[in-house]
Design a protein around this ligand. Structure first.
Ligand SMILES: O=C1NC[C@H](CO)[C@@H](O)[C@@H]1O
Ligand SMILES: [Ca+2]
Length: 438
């Protein structure tokens, strides 16, 4: 048809994504099998949760990505490793939030894709070991750490992300096992936070799990506020929970009214005092760019587009978005970038919502720049300084790289038959909990 922009053939990009992922995976298998992280420059191994005791984090994070890429022999290899090696009977304190989104979520997604029963058993096993953090708390707000072997809980000084990012993983376990405890504990913690919103309808981000008292005044859509809001919507999108949607809508309306501003006609979300609305900081974490996708999927498409447009100016300016920029001066306040996936996350969400090619183009730039700056001898490296010529790398690759941006790119460019593009759910760690087409 004349006039319609020719739709680009994205298959070559999809093939490049798959080639790079499997290349990195081979090095992990050969040099760091079972390690939480590979060290991509030296080829070494690195622990994430507990120093001296890896639990195969990157392998667990990679399974659903491998499955979506139809790398079935590699899926088999990874599942075999889990069945033969993975145990959570570890006498050490694990961070409850990270263990949930990465290990509960990663195992649940692997089960959703493969149907392998042992994976569900392990997801339930580790979730059960996290529950004392909730049940031992006088407020229902979970402690930050729990010893997976003894159940001893610790660190009540927490935040709304680490008390409120469970309902997707816990809720899917309740759906698959019939045990409502998981969903109920996750939702109750979210309710406690919501009921403490300020007169302006905003939330500070730091809270005490034993007293329930706010520990700061600042509100943010970046860390550690981000995935609390994300999971309110997700609890509605996944399980149809109308109350979660009401809480999400009330808080989002307040954020758009009091925690948003235009600067040079770009939409930004400054940090504000949750009680007075005073702007406290115009720094924007790269992690906040997920919010463009959340706004888009939750009926605020114009705002979602506008916020992605704003972050795209940062990608244009720096090539790789720095960990933190001050949008009033467009200067990087933290020039590192730990292979953060959020700009690609929201590009996928907005493309699924709008079908607009602009989001695939932006994600392609994100992929292209990542390969150019992070690729190294045995994999992909986090960056210490994105402004370096060339950008300087760190000898580490985060577990979320195996689950997030490579999956986002693959879904954006491959049109894989293994994914239901109309009815699906990816968690905040991009764990596929709905929409696998076996
Ligand atoms: O929700 C999250 N926050 C931080 C990581 C990515 O930056 C990742 O673990 C996940 O996306
Ligand atoms: Ca996330």
């Amino acid at each position: 048809a004349s006039g319609a922009p020719a739709r680009r053939d994205w298959k070559p990009v999809a093939e490049a994504v798959r080639r790079e992922f499997l290349w990195a995976w081979q090095h992990y298998v050969e040099r760091a099998m079972g390690a939480d992280h590979i060290k991509p420059i030296s080829g070494g191994r690195e622990d994430f949760f507990v120093e001296g005791h890896s639990i195969g984090l990157s392998l667990v994070e990679a399974i659903d990505t491998l499955w979506l890429m139809e790398a079935d022999s590699e899926v088999e290899r990874a599942v075999q490793w889990v069945k033969e090696n993975l145990s959570f009977d570890v006498d050490a304190s694990f961070q409850v939030f990270e263990t949930n989104i990465r290990m509960v979520g990663g195992l649940a997604a692997a089960y959703h894709c493969t149907g392998e029963q042992r994976l569900l058993e392990l997801a339930v096993d580790v979730a059960d070991r996290l529950l004392p953090a909730f049940t031992e708390s006088p407020t229902g707000l979970p402690y930050r750490y729990v010893n997976l072997a003894t159940g001893a809980v610790s660190r009540p000084e927490t935040n709304i992300v680490e008390v409120g990012t469970y309902v997707a993983e816990f809720g899917i376990l309740s759906e698959w096992t019939g045990d409502r405890r998981y969903f109920d504990l996750a939702k109750q913690a979210m309710r406690v936070v919501y009921d403490k919103r300020t007169e302006l309808g905003l939330l500070p981000h730091d809270i005490h799990a034993e007293t329930g008292e706010w520990r700061n005044r600042q509100a943010t859509v970046g860390p550690p506020g981000d995935s609390y809001y994300e999971y309110l919507w997700d609890g509605y999108a996944l399980f149809g929970d109308e109350e979660l949607r009401q809480w999400y809508d009330a808080l989002t309306d307040a954020i758009l009214a009091h925690q948003a501003e235009r600067h040079q006609n770009m939409l930004w979300f400054p940090q504000v005092d949750a009680f007075t609305g005073e702007v406290l900081s115009r720094e924007q974490s790269v992690l906040a760019s997920f919010y463009a996708g959340l706004l888009g999927e939750s009926g605020r498409v114009a705002e979602g587009r506008a916020y992605h447009d704003a972050f795209n100016t940062v990608q244009d300016e720096f090539g790789v978005i720095p960990t933190s920029v001050d949008y009033s001066t467009m200067s990087a306040s933290d020039r590192s970038n730990a292979l953060r996936p959020e700009f690609a996350d929201s590009a996928l969400m907005l493309w699924l919502e709008t079908g607009d090619e602009i989001f695939r183009e932006r994600a392609n730039v994100h992929f292209d720049h990542m390969v150019k700056t992070s690729k190294t001898k045995y994999g992909f490296a986090a960056l210490a300084d994105v402004t370096g010529k060339p950008p300087s790398q760190e000898d580490t690759c985060p577990g979320y790289w195996w689950s997030e941006q490579m999956k986002y790119y693959w879904l954006l460019f491959s049109d894989t038959p293994r994914f239901d593009y109309r009815n699906n759910y990816l968690s905040t760690e991009a764990n596929l909990l709905r929409g696998a087409r076996r």
